[in-house]
Design a protein around this ligand. Structure first.
Ligand code: FE2
Length: 428
């Protein structure tokens, strides 16, 4: 039999080296050293890292690339960003949202992202963003999986049409239930919104992903309601709390009670290190809180943690380049994720962990998985993060969908461990 593709001499994120991957009909059929097979196409990975694609578990495709419209965020706060977005939202058109989101998805694919969970604002009665991103989801599907979250940006109750618009978005095909309890008028309304949103998800068999406690206020504890509702409604494995920045400043004793409950309930966490380092601590004098949820402690309790990019060039964040390795690198620095094991886990937090949170079918490197792969110009996950390594090839279903430029000069630094195959072009 002639296979479609064989990739030779790959390093894999789990530490295996010298592996061949055989691909047939868009799926991986075999992974082991020195596969004796003929294939129509052969790629020599020359000891570089082959990974399943990056997965961005938290993004906003409706606001992406809208930086400066109608004005810049001078305070750098979440709340000014929400006000600016509110001004822009009233003027959005289907075509314009679609055009920006498509441009970003082009970049994301080239950067090796294979799936994005994007929140889409349902505050505006016109649901312009929903319509545009549903069309986007369909159009980019051959290259990129997009999962949409119905997100009442101004509050499920605080916005008069928040709840009916969220339900309309779900009817139109948005597949995850979102919310923003800390932005409701009172703690009680925030708590009720969590109960209502989880109930909606349970009744419809959907997943839940709330912007939860994205505030410096350590008294913002909607995560505990999210945990309790997950348990009450049997939603384990289908619920994520995004941001969770209040956890950074919470009382240590309270956190010691909270995290075991979170683990028991099967609630995942999605911190967004780039954006929350930018937004949080703005009311602090020195020392300033840095707004990252307690990653090391969540890992210690076995809580799944994925890192999201959240924003690129929009009212909240003027930087970013769809580079999930940059996201991981920021998390490592801000969260003191400095052991070798922690840095490898940071790579998993932008690949396998978010894939599980999204429920992606056929994700991974085992036989039977989809042949969605990225060839990175690095020997292992830690080096990939260090170099924000070039994506030399991006494959979807065994087909090359993007080719990146080599950054070979950065690999040839004196003192760098010689872990790469000496036969690699330009090495040694
Ligand atoms: Fe967000």
């Amino acid at each position: 039999m002639t296979a479609d593709l064989v990739i030779r001499r790959a390093n894999l994120p789990d530490g295996r080296t010298g592996q061949d991957l055989l691909v047939q009909d868009g799926r991986i059929v075999e992974v082991r050293p020195a596969i004796q097979a003929v294939a129509r196409e052969e790629i020599d990975a020359t000891g570089l890292l082959v990974s399943p694609p990056f997965v961005d578990a938290h993004f906003h495709l409706d606001s992406v690339l809208a930086l400066g419209r109608p004005r810049l965020n001078e305070s750098g706060t979440l709340l000014e960003g929400i006000r600016i977005w509110g001004e822009l939202r009233a003027t959005l058109t289907h075509e314009e949202v679609l055009e920006r989101a498509l441009a970003y998805c082009d970049l994301a694919v080239a950067q090796g992202i294979g799936a994005i969970r994007s929140h889409v604002d349902v505050t505006d009665d016109r649901l312009v963003g929903v319509g545009a991103l549903l069309e986007l989801r369909r159009r980019v599907a051959p290259w990129l999986t997009v999962q949409l979250v119905a997100f009442p940006q101004d509050g499920l109750y605080r916005c008069p049409r928040g709840l009916p618009n969220l339900l309309r978005a779900l009817e139109l095909g948005v597949e995850v239930v979102g919310g923003i309890p800390h932005h409701e008028r009172t703690m009680e309304e925030g708590r009720r919104s969590v109960v209502e949103l989880c109930t909606i998800a349970a009744e419809r068999g959907l997943r839940v992903d709330l912007h939860c406690d994205e505030t410096d206020d350590p008294a913002s504890r909607h995560i505990e309601t999210l945990i309790a509702e997950t348990q009450r409604l049997g939603l384990a494995g289908r619920v994520a709390g995004s941001h969770l920045t209040s956890m950074h400043g919470m009382d240590n004793y309270y956190v010691s009670k909270l995290l075991p409950l979170m683990a028991e309930a099967g609630v995942a966490a999605i911190p967004n290190p780039l954006i929350n380092v930018w937004l949080q601590g703005r009311h602090d004098a020195y020392p300033k809180r840095r707004g990252l949820a307690r990653v090391t402690e969540m890992w210690a309790h076995g809580i799944p943690v994925a890192f999201g990019h959240d924003c690129v060039m929009d009212p909240w964040y003027p930087l970013g380049s769809a580079d999930m390795l940059e996201v991981a690198k920021m998390a490592i620095h801000v969260g003191h994720l400095t052991s070798r094991a922690a840095m490898r886990a940071a790579f998993e937090a932008i690949t396998t962990v978010p894939a599980a949170i999204l429920g992606l079918e056929g994700y991974g490197l085992e036989p039977g998985c989809r042949a969605d792969l990225v060839l990175l110009e690095a020997a292992d996950p830690i080096e990939a993060i260090r170099l924000q390594a070039a994506r030399l090839l991006v494959l979807r279903g065994g087909r090359v969908v993007a080719r990146g430029a080599s950054r070979k000069a950065a690999l040839d630094l004196p003192g760098r461990p010689r872990t790469l195959d000496p036969g690699r072009p330009g090495a040694g």
